[in-house]
Design a protein. Sequence first.
Length: 259
Amino acid sequence: MRNFIFILLKEMRSYFYSPVAFVVITIFSVLTGYYFYNMFANFSTISFQAQTDPMIASQYGVLNVTEFVIRPFFGVLSVVMLIMLPMLTMRVFSEEKKTGTIELLLTYPVQDIEAVLGKFAGCMGIFTIMLLLSFPCMLLVAFFGDPEWGVIISGYVGLLLMGGAFIALGVFMSTLTENQIIAAVLSFASLLILYMVGATAAFVGEVMGRVLEYISILSHLDTFAKGVLDTSDVMYYLLFTIFFLFLSMRSLESKRWRA
């Protein structure tokens, strides 16, 4: 436990000692803030026009801030996470390999599970800060409208679980190479495939379509964005995270044997 906490704190410090955390957090906040502003401004414009024009009111029906702003905003957050989190995880083990400090880490009395979980938790700490910085957008919606807080809470739970899955895969890719760019590209490409695979479900058979929809990492976020905490979706993200953390430990173990 002590080794885990030491690696966690070391990882958190290393992010803030370099520009990585500041750059990733800043870009994440700028992108999410920009898209939130556009969605909220568009909703405000449509709401104002609907009050004066019955045609517009009949076209959009009941204008609900949850449907027009909050749920689309969670979709935008997931896309930005897909882009930014590989940049966060690319250095986790790749930098250790490049600088040679991985050899010291493997010779210390530190178990592989402590090293992997410590670095994973460090990334999750930075990611949690990123998500918290997007929460004032929800407070702004609450100030001007009447959002469904159940949807907001479940949506953030889903994003946190999805982020954990993204980071676990990124940590594994980082154990495979000492080149940070290659680790980032491998992570992004793998996540993009898992993110988009559900779109091909309509072009294959029924059974294969259901398989692809289940594999799709995006489809499991939809229920969270609807305010539903489905145990099957929670288990998907947890098992996905555990699976890639397990692969990371096996990758480190193979490195230890080769050393």
